[in-house]
Ligand binder design. Sequence first.
Ligand SMILES: Nc1ncnc2c1ncn2[C@@H]1O[C@@H](CSCCNC[C@@H]2Cc3ccc([N+](=O)[O-])cc3CN2)[C@@H](O)[C@H]1O
Length: 274
Amino acid sequence: MMDERGKESGVAAMAACYQKFDPAAYLQYNYTPPRADFSRKDSIVPWKLACLHRAFTEGDVRGELLVDIGSGPTLYQVMSGCEVFNRIILTDFLEVNRQELRRWLQDEGGCSLDWTPYLEHVCKLEGRRPSAWPEKAAKLRQVTSDILPIDVHCSQPLAPDILPSAGADCLVSSFCLESVSPDLPAFNRALGHIRKLLRPGGHLMLIGALGESYYFGGPGVRIPVVPLNEAQVCTSLKESDYTLIRLEVYTLPQDMRVGVDDVTGVFFAKAKRD
Ligand SMILES: Nc1ncnc2c1ncn2[C@@H]1O[C@@H](CSCCNC[C@@H]2Cc3ccc([N+](=O)[O-])cc3CN2)[C@@H](O)[C@H]1O
């Protein structure tokens, strides 16, 4: 049984791993072809964008505020949500990632990745011309109000008074919780911590890795991951008092296994806080 000291040392060790995280390398590993190949139906990123588009636009998700938990240096996870919510808060544990996000949002150049193909693809999913991507970029910049520090291992992951007293109307979190937790109990505790940021009746859109035990967050930066399977994801959501609406799973084809991790699948869960 892990005692308080054991919990803290595991979390501290994870935080130490992240000190060498390299946003540019991470984006290169995971958000360029083949994993982000918009000409391939079986590429991972188009699958994730389709899951997010459906989940945000099928009519049951509404409100003012969407919070992205552990944004990392990526924006794809809020490109559908920015058409549904008037306010988005992006969050991450590392300043280097918050800086990467800020560079794109302030449109000051120097971004590590060109998000245009992503914006074009989401425009197509919305039945718009891909050439409408500048309007989508402007919308995302307009609704994103803050880029804030977060620690999902804290019982209060965000600074006090950031959120309305009832909580956010929707949370999205992509590849974060399993990659920052030293073990499954810590993963489950983190799910519980972020649940408190969500209002009753609000939705959680959770994307994560299946079967992953490590990934590279930069050259030689090997970061341990809690290996999850579908059944565990369902159990963890249930034990954290979410109601699962839908779980979708993507299995990586061989050529998507590019040596930057040992992930075997990706899950997309749409859930609700009762
Ligand atoms: N305590 C903390 N609280 C909140 N966030 C924290 C904390 N510690 C670190 N962070 C923050 O969380 C991190 C989020 S990036 C985590 C990467 N996850 C694994 C990676 C992702 C990936 C992507 C795509 C595909 N695919 O198949 O296409 C597979 C995979 C599997 N490998 C990072 O931003 C860190 O800065």
